[in-house]
Design a protein around this ligand. Structure first.
Ligand SMILES: Nc1ncnc2c1ncn2[C@@H]1O[C@H](COP(=O)(O)OP(=O)(O)OP(=O)(O)O)[C@@H](O)[C@H]1O
Length: 912
């Protein structure tokens, strides 16, 4: 049955949903904890509104006019929209202010006016937006709003453009900046325009100001930054760590073996988490909305920024996960890699710009900054603002969105590339430039395996070579090895510990690369094309802690093409046969060792694979379970090719249609158990129970050797003696037995029995008699197991002292460092290197270049008048020298008292 993408998507979705359900409590704790921190911050950051209803001194109109700014050439007054009424009123205002007409700018659309003022005004500018201007003589209200590039007034709050809103600014800013003056002049001129009684007086009595804190102007940014930090922590613990954990447990590779669509596992993993994070985010943003922490920015614009940030950061986290195969290092390394982007956001320079394109966090923080600036300007954010540059050094919001989308795609592609090129332990490695190879994009021919008749080859291994090279030794696994595994037969692979049986199976599955040779499975040479045709039971059971026995079998049957209903039924039947019926709803990790092996076997035979490879399936099984296993395998043999390894000779004899004995990298012999016994058997085995064989050996052996001259003692385990009787003399056995029988009491023989040669004899003869024990580092059991340091600990019955415990812990750590020194050095130095790199980058970024010195010579100012004000008469000498210098520079020096009407270039020097 062919695997189809869409059902498999839901199969993996279910699997990852089960993970979520199983880990619900810790996940909820993390999510609720993060939401609580954010809500706590929102609550704390809201300050109670304090109305400052301080009575201000009434201001005189003429004083207000004097306080107004109009001295500077760069100060403009903008107004919109243009109409006859408006133009007339503004002309009156201009005359009242005595400002030249060039410093008035007229617009038809108020937003254009506003933008022009924001971007182009270099001095102090005001914009007047007329909303309602009654005609001359008509009754109605004049409605207009005033804004300035220096500060904004809203009915409730004051907004100042400069970054540092400071509450130290005194409350009459409103007056000093010129707002009140302009407002009064405008009101006055309007009344004049309407020919109302001019003898009125406008007085400012009070102005409600809210307390303005510096936090208000950064609330959106601070909240967003806190969200992003917490999100990174949540991402690490609920995304990177479980993903790496799957790799560490071997599950990722196992799923690769089972289905070519295993990438759907990652995709659904991603999908489910994205939904969860989005839900959490929505909750937090709604809370922020009610706490008014989103400023004046529309909810949708902020939500899009946050969602894109989540997407891009998840993609980045995926990429991070490629670098780690151990959860421990993933936690440390992942944290460092997620923190690095924050370092670049401290200063603004080219590195920040590069970081903006590379890291989602930097793009997100930039987005927050733009929103904050908009909000601080008391501007509602509209669609057109997506393309607006709000500050000289800021990016358009649209580009920030695009950058986050591009990063999501870029990281996903990079992740895909890295998993192909650095697949990790057991993965299928592709060449660095695999994407340039046209074959990569060709649709892979699916091998629709049909049942082949018994005896035909299912697996052909030819000229296979493999050796492991470690710093300590070289281990030969196969040396030009040839072997076949037939359809509908059970092939048993025998070998000592360390003979290379597991490695051979792993090579067939593509988990270990071969050095040379060919492995053809179902007429396929490409491991990626055939590996999912094989049901594989590895030596170490691979389980998902969050799935029950039934869910495991159902899941793997579905992966191999069964429909859910069929898979469910099949799982129930198999659980019964495997003796796991009682444990149907038990989680895999709660099973006993033998039960785990049975479940592993069930997983291997799930679905309709035609080949099954089982690595020591019966290890740890009790006698009854082993017999049940034999039944299952003998039944499976009717339709599948089975390759199995075992250390039980009885099992090999019962199951094996073909026995292959592997030793020293070669197949020492192959054949059916009977064939092997006849060909390689040592003959019959005579078993005698003798009270004292050492004393009677000469006499007993003399009788035997008279009839069977090549007989030899095999083994003596008091009081039993095993004697080998080669087949060549089998005609003489009866006479020899009769003779022995007649002298039993004299020779103190209590029992005589005889058996045919066993498979064990054959095995020992072919594979050699010495069993070898593997140690983790590949060294043999002849190496000392404990080092001198550890041996020095005295053997004792009293509890170990603290010092001894310390020594033992130290020894453990030291052994780890000695074995994994490279990895340890890299992982320990990574944070130091990253932080140093970031500090260096920051240092490089913060270099301030001095501009060229400014010429400050008076002669460069050309013509002009300098007024000198020295009311006290002190510093007369200095004043005199200054006058001389001024005159020498071609300027005129005058006392301040002199009239200075229409002075174009005037400077004033005040002596205090
Ligand atoms: N990745 C590796 N690097 C170096 N040596 C290895 C590696 N994997 C296995 N070996 C060595 O190769 C030899 C064969 O190992 P393998 O696991 O294939 O033996 P086996 O026949 O399955 O043994 P057992 O019956 O104990 O399972 C052993 O000496 C082992 O130490």
């Amino acid at each position: 049955m062919a695997c189809r993408g869409s059902p498999l998507f839901f199969v993996f979705l279910r699997k990852n949903f089960l993970y979520l359900r199983f880990n619900l409590v810790p996940l909820l704790c993390i999510f609720i904890g993060s939401a609580a921190v954010l809500c706590g911050y929102l609550h704390w950051s809201v300050r109670p509104v304090k109305h400052n209803l301080e009575e201000l001194e009434p201001k005189d109109y003429d004083v207000l006019k004097q306080l107004y700014f109009p001295a500077n050439d760069l100060d403009y007054i903008y107004f919109a929209p243009s109409s006859n009424n408006v133009d007339d009123i503004m002309d009156m205002v201009r005359q009242e202010l005595e400002i030249p007409a060039e410093r008035f700018r007229i617009y038809n659309i108020s937003s254009d006016m506003q933008l022009d003022m924001e971007q182009n005004c270099l001095g102090n500018c005001f914009a007047i937006n007329f909303k309602q201007v009654p005609n001359r003589g008509s009754v109605g209200r004049l409605v207009y709003s005033l804004s300035s590039n220096q500060m904004r007034i809203s009915p409730k709050k004051r907004f100042v453009n400069d970054e540092e809103i400071n509450h130290q600014k005194d409350d009459d800013d409103y007056i000093r900046v010129g707002f009140l003056t302009l407002q009064h002049i405008l009101d006055r001129q309007y009344m004049k325009y309407q020919e109302l009684n001019p003898n009125y007086e406008l007085l400012l009595s009070s102005m409600p100001n809210l307390e303005v804190s510096s936090m208000d102007s950064h609330r959106l940014t601070y909240f967003g930054t806190l969200c992003s930090i917490l999100f990174n922590v949540v991402l690490l613990s609920t995304f990177v760590v479980p993903f790496v954990e799957e790799k560490q447990n071997g599950l990722k590779e196992f799923l690769n073996l089972v289905t070519p669509m295993s990438f759907l596992n990652g995709l659904t993993f991603f999908f489910i988490r994205f939904i969860c994070y989005a839900a959490l985010l929505l909750f937090v943003l709604i809370a922020a909305y009610f706490y008014e922490a989103l400023g004046l920015i529309g909810f949708a614009y902020i939500a899009v920024l946050y969602l894109l940030y989540i997407l891009a950061t998840m993609s980045y986290a995926y990429l991070i996960s490629v670098c780690f195969h151990s959860v421990f290092y993933a936690k440390i390394g992942g944290l460092v890699m997620l923190i690095i982007p924050y370092v670049f956001s401290f200063v603004r320079s080219w590195v920040t710009s590069v970081a903006f394109f590379l890291f989602s966090t930097n793009a997100f923080l930039e987005g927050l900054d733009v929103f904050q600036t908009f909000s601080n300007k008391h501007r509602h954010f509209g669609a057109a603002d997506l393309f607006r540059e709000i500050k000289d050094d800021s990016t358009r919001m649209f580009w920030i969105y695009c950058s986050l989308i591009a990063q999501s795609i870029l990281y996903a592609l990079l992740y895909n590339y890295m998993t192909c090129v650095f697949p990790g332990p057991g993965g299928l490695k592709r060449p660095f430039l695999f994407f340039l190879d046209p074959n990569t994009y060709k649709k892979r021919q699916r091998n629709e395996y049909t049942t082949a008749p018994r005896g035909t080859h299912a697996i052909i291994i030819s000229e296979l070579c493999k050796k492991f090279q470690t710093s300590k030794r070289e281990t030969l696994i196969s040396d030009n090895l040839n072997m076949t595994i037939n359809n509908k037969e059970i092939t048993v692979l025998l070998g000592h510990n360390g003979a290379g049986k597991t490695t051979m199976m792993n090579m067939i599955m593509g988990l270990v690369p071969k050095d040379a040779g060919k492995i053809v499975v179902c007429s396929e040479r490409d491991v990626a094309s055939y590996r999912h045709l094989i049901g594989f039971c590895p030596q170490h059971s691979v389980f998902m802690s969050y799935m029950t026995c039934h869910q495991h079998l159902e899941f793997f049957a579905q992966l191999r093409g069964s429909r859910r209903s069929d898979a469910c039924l099949w799982a129930d039947t198999k659980l019964k046969k495997l003796g796991l019926k009682e444990k149907r709803d038990e989680y895999g990790r709660n099973l006993s060792g033998g039960m785990k092996r049975r479940l592993s076997l069930g997983i291997a035979i799930a679905g309709n694979t035609k080949i099954v490879i089982l690595d020591e399936p019966s290890s740890g099984l009790d006698i009854e379970s082993r017999r049940q296993l034999w039944d299952i395998l003998l039944n499976l043999r009717k339709e599948k090719a089975i390759l199995v390894t075992t250390h039980y000779m009885e099992e090999a004899e019962v199951l094996g249609d073909t026995i292959c004995i592997l030793a020293n990298g070669k197949l020492q012999s192959t054949g059916s158990p009977l064939e092997l016994k006849r060909r390689l058997g040592i003959g019959y085995r005579l078993k005698l129970e003798v009270t004292d064989f050492t004393f009677r050996e000469r006499e007993i052996m003399k009788i035997i050797l008279d009839y069977v001259p090549t007989a030899r003692v095999l083994n003596v385990v008091k009081p039993t003696v095993y004697i080998c009787l080669p087949y060549a003399y089998k005609m003489c056995f009866s006479e020899m037995l009769l003779k022995l029988e007649s002298r039993t009491s004299e020779l103190e023989i209590s029992t005589i029995s005889m058996t045919d040669t066993s498979l064990e004899d054959v095995f020992l003869r072919c594979a050699g008699e010495q069993d070898q024990v593997d140690t983790p580092d590949g060294s043999r059991n002849d190496a000392p197991l404990l080092t001198a340091l550890y041996k020095r600990l005295p053997s004792q019955h009293t509890p170990p002292s603290t010092w001894q415990l310390w020594l033992a812990v130290f020894y453990k750590k030291w052994t780890f460092l000695a074995n994994e020194w490279l990895y340890a050095v890299i992982m320990l130095s990574l944070p130091v290197v990253c932080v140093s790199g970031a500090i260096l980058a920051m240092h490089a970024m913060s270099v301030v270049k001095n501009e060229a010195a400014l010429p400050l010579k008076l002669s460069q100012m050309g013509s002009g008048v300098v007024y000198i004000y020295n009311p006290t008469g002190h510093h007369a000498q200095v004043e005199q020298q200054l006058r001389q210098q001024i005159e020498l520079s071609g300027l005129t020096a005058q006392n301040v008292a002199a009239t200075r009407k229409q002075c174009e270039k005037c400077y004033e020097v005040h002596f205090l």
